[in-house]
Design a protein around this ligand. Structure first.
Ligand SMILES: Nc1nc2c(c(=O)[nH]1)N=C([C@H](O)[C@H](O)COP(=O)(O)OP(=O)(O)OP(=O)(O)O)CN2
Length: 293
């Protein structure tokens, strides 16, 4: 017998890519379980599917930075107190992270792809399934978006959950109306601006010499990198990003603040004089609306 659950959860994470740098992503997850019926005449109680499998996915990859552990550019070093250093070379410049280990997932393989993440998760989930469940099919898929979208990474230091991690991200739709008409050109301009961007709060910026460096890390400077540091409930988070991959924002980077920021910037920098309404998404199916009407 086969049992399925569609849209079990959404993985909101970021990953390291040697070409694109740090890439925010959102994957929807579907699951199929194949096995014999148990004493309740079920393959597995839906409640258990949702609780157990979603909990594993949340624990292993959600709101983390996914790192291809077998790529030659990956240098991962243990620090004290369950801290990890991560140094990674990309075509856009080097990326350096110092984070509690729970903020990073080392995924076997040379690249972070749907296949490598699916295999990593499937192997872990199988260990926790009851004996009557013989097979598991996990499907990770992107939301189908027919208009413009962007992919950003950020961290919300004031969040009391996992969004405080400095390097997690989303793939998100953007909708902009001018005088009540969808403006696809503006949407695309914004999507281009925020493709593979790190969105940082100005108040978290620190000089490069303040960051803890791993032994293998190259020296970085104010000219090449923007550096960020904060302490939140899970501990100390530090990140150095190539300047060209960063946009600095005066506020926090909650989706409410980002919607306001997009609205104000579109009006000011894109010289839009009409009324503007922005629907900024954060991942799949949720977001904030800002309007000047
Ligand atoms: N009002 C707001 N709430 C939250 C924001 C925000 O900007 N405004 N942001 C976040 C995080 O950035 C987070 O990445 C998104 O959270 P979400 O995936 O919804 O959180 P969960 O993992 O708890 O939800 P699942 O259904 O388990 O995916 C949080 N809140």
């Amino acid at each position: 017998m086969q049992l399925f659950v569609k849209d079990l959860t959404v993985i909101d994470a970021s990953y390291l890519c040697p070409k694109r740098g740090m890439v925010g992503h959102s994957w929807l997850v579907d699951v199929v379980l194949i096995g014999n019926l148990d004493e309740q005449s079920m393959v597995l109680d839906f409640g258990q599917v949702k609780k157990r499998i979603k909990a594993i996915i949340d624990e292993e990859v959600d709101h983390k930075l996914l790192v291809p552990s077998d790529h030659e550019n990956t240098l991962c070093t243990s620090g004290d107190h369950e801290m990890l250093w991560l140094d990674f070379e990309t075509d856009k410049g080097s990326i350096h992270l110092y984070s509690p280990s729970q903020g990073i997932a080392l995924i076997p393989g040379e690249a972070i792809t749907i296949e490598t993440v699916t295999q990593y998760l499937s192997e872990i989930i199988k260990r926790y399934l009851p004996a009557n469940v013989a097979h598991l099919q996990l499907t990770l898929r992107e939301e189908v978006i027919h208009s413009a979208s962007y992919q950003y990474t950020h961290g919300l230091k004031k969040h009391d959950g996992n969004c405080q991690r400095i390097a997690h991200g989303h793939r998100s739709m953007i909708e902009i109306w001018t005088n009540a008409t969808r403006n696809h050109e503006l949407e695309q301009r914004w999507a281009n601006r925020w493709s593979d961007i790190y969105l940082a709060s100005v108040e978290d910026k620190v000089p490069p010499e303040q960051l803890h460096r791993s032994k293998g890390a190259e020296l970085i400077s104010d000219e090449s990198h923007d550096c960020f540091s904060y302490v939140s409930g899970q501990g100390l988070f530090e990140l150095a990003m190539p300047k060209s991959s960063v946009e600095l924002i005066d506020t926090d980077t909650t989706v409410e603040c980002l919607a306001d920021y997009i609205l104000a910037t579109v009006k000011r920098e894109f010289l839009v004089s009409e009324h503007v309404r922005v629907h900024a998404y954060e991942g799949v199916g949720k977001g904030a609306i800002a309007t000047d009407e």
